[in-house]
Design a protein around this ligand. Structure first.
Ligand code: GSH
Length: 257
């Protein structure tokens, strides 16, 4: 019994199952653990042969996950198999209330938080599709012509549309003071949108520089607030924070405005 208690205290309950070495969609999950100080294992990046373990777990789960990220929950066996939850927004929906990242005692707010997080993830998907507009399994260079067209539309219309939408949300949420999308404290919609904005700025720096002033709450209050969050600040300067590179958000200057 004593041994079991010790194990529960020292071994994280949650394991993030994701690709190694890129922030990717795994980062939306890392951020909620980091913001709340809840221990987790980033299996691919922290365990020997971790990526093989990730691939085994997601294919052997019932139901198997189509693609990472997925979350393994210890002590949550489901019909005799390890409890594995897939899909970024679904994992966030599962963790949100457990980690205190949705307003308490407000059933509907939970869906507002999730709706906003899903909209931020739509934005992320569109940014990815700019460099892979035709075939996700072929190289950018093989679809560059279409990517150029998509880049034009994305920087001209879609980035301003998403920025404008989230600016309106921040303005409408009076108790959030421009810092929170829902209510008066941090939710996973905030951490998710923040990460998408970081990625959009990495990939499309010229566009973001050009339009930021038009969206002052989003570009300033909101983004700054997360950067200054005590736990996140520590995380962002740690080596656990992986830099953007050639993942979902990619900087091809020719696709920027
Ligand atoms: N909608 C899914 C998308 C998952 C996804 O596209 N995962 C990527 C990595 S970020 C992947 O490994 N995809 C492989 C594939 O689609 O074949 C989610 O949000 O979790």
């Amino acid at each position: 019994m004593a041994l079991r208690q010790k194990k529960q205290r020292t071994e994280p309950k949650y394991e993030l199952l994701y690709h190694p070495e890129i922030p990717g969609r795994g980062e939306y999950i890392r951020l909620v653990f980091e913001a709340t100080g809840i221990p987790y294992t980033d299996v691919s990046n922290q365990e020997k042969n971790g990526y093989q373990k990730v691939l085994n777990l997601i294919t052997e789960a019932n139901p198997p996950a189509f693609a990472p990220p997925a979350l393994l929950v210890h002590g949550g066996d489901y019909h005799g198999k390890p409890l594995v939850i897939s899909q970024t927004s679904n994992i966030l929906l599962y963790l949100g209330p457990k980690l205190g990242l949705v307003p308490e005692g407000d059933e509907i707010a939970k869906y507002h938080v999730n709706g906003l997080a899903m909209t931020a993830l739509d934005f992320c998907n569109e940014a990815h599709d700019v460099h892979h507009p035709i075939d996700i399994e072929q190289y950018y260079e093989q679809q560059k012509e279409e990517a150029m067209k998509k880049g034009k539309a994305f920087t001209k219309r879609r980035i301003p549309k998403f920025f404008g939408y989230f600016e309106t949300v921040l303005k409408a949420n009076k108790e959030g003071n421009g810092m929170y999308l829902v209510g008066k404290s941090l939710t996973y919609a905030d951490t998710t949108l923040w990460q998408v904005l970081e990625g959009i700025e990495f990939a499309f720096p010229k566009t973001v520089a050009k339009i930021s002033k038009t969206y002052p709450l989003l570009s300033s209050n909101f983004r700054q607030n997360i950067r200054e969050h005590k736990r996140l600040k520590e995380y962002l300067s740690s080596d656990r924070r992986l830099p953007f590179s050639m993942g979902i958000f990619r900087h091809y200057p020719e696709l920027d405005a």
